[in-house]
Design a protein around this ligand. Structure first.
Ligand SMILES: Nc1nc2c(ncn2[C@@H]2O[C@H](COP(=O)(O)OP(=O)(O)O)[C@@H](O)[C@H]2O)c(=O)[nH]1
Ligand SMILES: [Mg+2]
Length: 279
């Protein structure tokens, strides 16, 4: 690039690399979603359309960035885990944060009408984003346990609160007062004895949040001992791949992003997916 007397201003742009060899957690959160959810008539305590839209935007992000190995979302937030060895954008912090935040936001808007066909957007939503670095798997496990515990605490509170208001006829002020100082067991009890709601039987989506992982796509046709790919009897000959393609070694299995609503605090989830915390 040719220089000019103005070029020196570039020198004020400081590098902002993220420490190498550390796990990155990128978290975004809806800006003023209290207002956004009100203005767009989200159902209380949970709007499944809104949660599914968040999941879809997160899936779009994960599909474009292979360094993301896990995502977890609840309410108006999503956290993404990038592997330790990620070299995305040379680990430049503002480049990663701004690109991922803007992709998520544009995907949220792009897919809005699919989930809210009868409710046009009244104004453009926005999300903030940040990156937190963690040195080891222990903090990553604790980070995701923290977010899922938060999902549980908030959802139990909100479910009980809105049951008191919507079915119990209490004002929001009264419901706040009823729940003040109650522990988890008492909220379960209010739901069960007054509203015949067994909290543990509610949709896992709202109790556990959404966890996005990559899962291997099972091979449709695995080469047999002769190195030949079996074909279905009705498959035309032309569709059979040439042997050079059939014999090609697959280095990486093909994967797809799936959305789960499961426990991520206990060991089971992690023990069956060791690749998430590997380098
Ligand atoms: N009614 C409803 N509101 C939701 C839902 N998900 C998120 N919200 C709203 O979004 C807010 C998210 O919390 P927070 O990020 O702390 O608030 P913010 O600063 O206003 O974005 C909640 O307090 C709710 O008001 C939903 O499914 N239904
Ligand atoms: Mg928010």
């Amino acid at each position: 690039m040719a220089g000019s007397k103005y070029t020196y201003v570039r020198n004020f742009e400081l590098p902002d690399p993220l420490l190498p060899g550390t796990f990155m957690v990128f978290r975004l959160d809806g800006h003023s979603f209290h207002r956004f959810s009100d203005e767009h008539g989200f159902t209380k305590p949970n709007d499944i359309r809104a949660l599914e839209l968040m999941d879809h935007a997160a899936k779009d992000v994960m599909e474009q960035y292979s360094d993301i190995v896990l995502a977890f979302g609840e309410s108006d937030e999503f956290s993404f885990l990038l592997r330790k060895s990620a070299t995305l954008y040379n680990r430049r912090q503002s480049k990663i944060v701004s690109t991922l935040t803007s992709l998520f936001t544009s995907s949220y808007v792009f897919r809005w009408a699919t989930y809210f066909p009868d409710c046009p957007l009244k104004y453009p939503p926005s999300f903030d984003g940040r990156i937190i670095l963690y040195p080891s798997a222990r903090e990553i496990r604790d980070y995701f346990s923290w977010r899922q515990t938060d999902t549980h605490i908030n959802n139990l509170y909100n479910t009980t609160f809105w049951a008191l208001v919507q079915q119990g006829g209490e004002s929001t002020t009264q419901a706040h007062a009823t729940l003040k100082g109650t522990v988890s067991k008492e909220k379960h009890e209010i739901l069960f004895s007054r509203f015949q709601v067994n909290y543990n039987a509610l949709d896992a989506r709202v109790r556990k949040g959404s966890t996005l992982v990559r899962e291997e796509i099972p091979e449709q046709s695995i080469p047999n001992d002769n190195g030949e790919t079996p074909t279905r009897p009705d498959e035309p000959l032309e569709s059979v791949a040439p042997s050079s393609i059939r014999m090609r070694k697959r280095t990486k299995p093909r994967t797809k992003v799936v959305v789960l609503h499961c426990d991520i605090i206990k060991d089971d989830f992690w023990d069956s997916r060791l690749e998430i915390l590997s380098d």
